[in-house]
Design a protein. Structure first.
Lengths: 341, 291
């Protein structure tokens, strides 16, 4: 029932309010509308200013700002392919590791876990979202990075025949693409898992019961009744995780090695769009073109995450179509930083 | 489980079922490993920093020798910056949510707002930092270039979509019958909102806001471009300030091991603050009438 259809009976003159007593109503209504408009305008204004600040770098390097492979601060040449490639590699690693684990955890928590253990387990998975990124960075630099080197060397030498994994196993440093991807995987896990869980809850109980009644095992029920129904929503959740991975800064800048080159394998040092901004911002203050290049990196990052998020939201909304009005799945969960409801 | 009339499940299907169930359980286990490891190391390395003398009562001093100082200014800086950010983000966020639930409803404009707010949650925090840097820091608005209140604004931008979405979900849970009852009694809209909708939804709104505050508290990137870093304790939000995330970030890259230990202590403090907010939010959510 739409409450806005029910207003005070204004057509009856006995109940007609004086214009003065209606004033607060109008103020509230238009005040709130203006507020909503103002936020949109603010975002547009920011976007235009960001384009303006990137102008210098974009006009001097053109398309090679994104596709050229030469980021050299000392010669003032800013061709950002190493950053873009680094961003894509680390995000891909994060998705490859994070999404299967997150979906497995979501499936276990919604379909298999004993009912009494559910809230506690779900809360623990969500807790990962409460750890700030700088703490992940701290842990990555001093614990995970050093401890993983032997394992990385072993993998690099044992599976040297696989492209992008083999090669230079002697020169593996604590900071590299893989560890950055691994930390990102941990960071996107609670988001992807929380959204998947919400989406899995929307699978109609009848579908599951029908599958079981036809003699399906639990896994067959998940594979044939649950997953097909929830797939768009889970895809959307994974893409929201991707957006997070692309934009993550502080944890990555600490563990990626900050080398402005395209690494030959996943254990080489690299750079990402977000990391370059955080790392070079201080030193760029006296070189306008350098600063402009960093703003341009921010612009590319912004546009990239915007595109990923727009597609992701579309998927999540499609997956949750027909649920409660406005309160679509996922948004509420991500909004609260991964559950804790 | 299976009714007697059904044909027996073949051994192969049974095996697949077992294996897949084990895999899903294993996935859940793997998901918990990093959490356990991080908490273990935070306690292991952070508690020894907590017990060092003056950890909570002195400011970092930047000396190359001797005691590096504590984290007092960082704790207060974080609290000040986040408090101001909350004062900005929570009223505006709840206002926008009220627009969406009470006035906009399913109108095209409301849906555009909703969509953009969702997209806003995905904007990387560093980009918000850059926005504020371009608009406020470069222009030296307010007299100084880097300032605490500019950091608060960056955090507020980040918290705003979180508050809006959480508040909207809670406001939608307020039964329409309550609104209709108030309207039928002749109450104007603004009274319905202020006397019926907001009080009913209050606990949920507090929960959503606290979660947003917890989220803003841990952000580092926006602060680096807007507040910069300082050593001393400052109550002046129009100047550079220290903050826990910025201090941890600075300490990580420091070669002195005492400073790195301080980073662990500061990290434990930060996580503890965030967890307290989360637990309080959960307790309030449990007591609330709606949600």
């Amino acid at each position: 029932m739409d409450a806005s259809a029910i207003t005070a009976p204004g057509d009856r003159s006995t109940f007609q309010r004086s214009p003065l007593s209606r004033a607060p109503d109008q103020i509230l209504r238009w005040g709130l509308t203006t507020l909503a408009c103002a936020i949109l305008l603010l975002l547009v204004y920011f976007f235009i200013r960001l384009i303006g600040e990137s102008q210098q770098a974009l006009s001097s390097f053109g398309l090679s700002f994104v596709f050229g492979n030469d980021w050299d601060v000392s010669r003032n040449i800013y061709h950002g392919a190493p950053l873009v490639v680094g961003t894509l590699i680390t995000s891909a690693i994060a998705l490859l590791i994070g999404v299967p684990v997150a979906v497995a955890a979501a499936l276990y928590l919604t379909e298999l876990c004993p009912r009494r253990a559910r809230p506690a387990l779900a809360m623990l998975v969500d807790l990962l979202a409460a750890v700030p990124s700088v703490v992940y960075g701290l842990w990555g630099v001093f614990v995970l990075g050093p401890k993983l080197i032997p394992a990385e060397k072993w993998v690099a030498s044992t599976f040297s025949f696989i492209p992008f994994i083999g090669g230079a196993s002697e020169s593996i440093t604590p900071g590299n693409y893989f560890i950055a991807g691994l930390i990102l995987a941990i960071m996107i896990l609670p988001i992807v898992s929380a959204i998947s869980r919400e989406v899995l809850h929307t699978v109609p109980q009848e579908h599951k019961e029908a599958a079981l009644a036809l003699g399906a095992t639990r896994w067959e029920m998940i594979r044939m009744a649950v997953l097909p129904y929830a797939r768009p929503g889970i895809t959307g959740g994974a893409m929201l995780g991707l957006g997070r991975a692309i934009g993550e800064t502080i944890a990555v800048v600490l563990v990626i090695g900050n080398a402005p080159t395209i690494g030959k394998h996943i254990f080489s040092q690299g750079y990402t769009l977000a990391a370059v901004i955080a790392n070079e911002f201080g030193e760029s203050s006296n070189t306008p073109i350098h600063k402009s290049a960093l703003f341009a990196a921010g612009l590319v990052l912004f546009v990239l995450t915007l595109l990923v998020n727009i597609v992701a939201r579309w998927f999540v909304r499609r997956g949750a179509r027909g649920r409660t009005r406005g309160g679509d799945v996922g948004t509420a969960v991500t909004a609260t930083g991964g559950g804790f409801q | 489980m299976s009714a007697p009339a059904l044909p027996a499940i073949s051994a192969r299907r049974r095996r697949t079922d077992k294996v897949m169930r084990a895999l899903l359980l294993g996935g859940t286990g793997i998901a918990l490993v990093p959490l356990i490891l991080i908490i273990y190391y935070l306690l292991h390395k952070g508690l020894s920093a907590w017990t060092s003398s003056g950890f909570f009562t002195t400011d970092p001093n930047g000396n190359f020798f001797g005691s590096p100082g504590g984290i007092r200014s960082a704790i207060f800086g974080t609290l000040e910056i986040v408090a101001l950010a909350s004062l900005i983000a929570i009223p505006i966020g709840i206002g926008v949510a009220l627009y969406l639930t009470e006035y906009g409803r399913d109108s095209a404009f409301a849906n555009v707002v909703r969509y953009l707010i969702d997209v806003m949650t995905g904007v990387p925090s560093i980009v918000f930092g850059l926005f504020i840097y371009i608009v406020l820091v470069v222009a030296k608005v307010g007299g100084s270039s880097f300032a605490g209140w500019k950091g608060s604004l960056a955090l507020a931008l980040l918290m705003l979509p979180i508050v809006v979405r959480a508040a909207e979900v809670v406001l939608l849970l307020v039964p329409d019958s309550l609104r209709e009852a108030a309207l039928a009694l002749g109450a104007p809209r603004w009274r319905v909102v202020s006397r019926v909708v907001l009080p009913t939804a209050a606990p949920g709104l507090v929960t959503g806001s606290l979660l947003a505050v917890a989220r803003g508290m841990g952000e580092t990137a926006p602060l680096l471009f807007t507040v910069s870093v300082a050593f001393g304790l400052s109550w002046n939000l129009n100047g550079v300030m220290n903050s826990l995330p910025a201090q941890i970030y600075g300490d990580i890259t420091n070669p002195r091991s005492v400073v790195v230990t301080r980073a662990w202590g500061a990290a434990l403090t930060l996580v503890a603050l965030i967890l307290i907010l989360n637990v309080v939010a959960r307790l309030i959510a449990r007591r609330s009438r709606v949600s």
